[in-house]
Design a protein around this ligand. Structure first.
Ligand code: PEP
Length: 255
């Protein structure tokens, strides 16, 4: 009942030319993909060119961040309306790199998510625990609190439009992936919190897993009941690799 959503987060990588070349190679590889949503989040500088290259395809454009304000004296920031203007239909908010390197709080993430929805851009709201938190057996408490606080400003009638990405910080860019069972345990808890907060709409919210997802592990992760997609960093930089992730049901797996 939930349509899988596979999203590429390129972070601070690719010039405009490299980004367009990716799209030209990638689109033919996913032309036959059906029943899934595919999203690409290039750096801000490449949004316009990637958006132009994606035109006419089913692949959606996303930003990696946004400012919650409409406009004003916020040097270097990008407003939600500017993303709509470029054709973005999604934006990532609260990525752990923004939380840990740039001091983003749950309150800031909540404001960004609500501002995006007000502009009809779907937020991909990231949550995740650190290694210390996992080792102290605080994972469920940390994620529960991030979910509650980061989604505090989402109007219940818009809840089904959001995407949640569970990304254990210790698995991002490290090559260490949570096992499908470990990820499912947290996804199931997130699903419960979403039901508590939004009722039946909680069952319609897609929850992505992120953290060293690659063609070799995507099928097993996607086989879990509450894993509805993947947010992919490193393995999304190469068109063939990301196309394999989009075709997750055709990849090898342990089961
Ligand atoms: C990410 O960028 O959100 C991410 C999960 O990165 P990687 O796939 O490289 O671990």
């Amino acid at each position: 009942m939930r349509r899988p959503i596979l999203a590429a987060n390129w972070k601070m990588q690719k010039t405009t030319g490299e980004a367009e070349a990716f799209v030209r190679s990638f689109l033919p590889l996913v032309r036959d993909a059906s029943g899934v949503d595919v999203v690409i989040a290039p750096p801000f500088t490449a949004l316009e060119r990637v958006g132009a290259a994606l035109r006419g395809s089913e692949v959606a454009l996303a930003a990696q961040n946004v400012n919650a304000e409409e406009k004003g004296a916020f040097t270097g920031e990008i407003a939600p309306g500017m993303l709509t203007d470029l054709g973005c239909s999604y934006a990532i908010v609260g990525h752990s790199e923004r939380r840990t390197l740039y001091g983003e709080t749950d309150q800031m993430v909540a404001a960004k998510a609500a501002a995006l929805l007000a502009h009809d851009v779907r937020p991909i709201v990231c949550v995740g625990e650190s290694l210390e938190e996992r080792e102290a057996e605080r994972t469920l408490a940390v994620i529960s609190s991030q979910i509650e606080e980061s989604l505090a400003s989402i109007p219940p009638e818009r809840a089904a439009e959001i995407v949640v990405a569970y990304e254990p910080i210790w698995a991002i860019g490290t090559g260490r992936t949570a096992t499908p069972e470990m990820a499912q345990e947290v996804h199931a808890m997130i699903r419960e919190r979403l039901r508590d907060r939004f009722g039946g709409a909680g069952d319609r919210i897609r929850i992505q897993y992120g953290g060293s997802v690659k063609p070799a592990n995507v099928r097993d992760l996607m086989g879990q009941a509450d894993i509805d997609g993947a947010l992919v960093g490193g393995a999304s930089l190469d068109p063939e690799s990301f196309a394999k992730i989009v075709h997750f049901d055709q990849q090898g797996g342990s089961g």
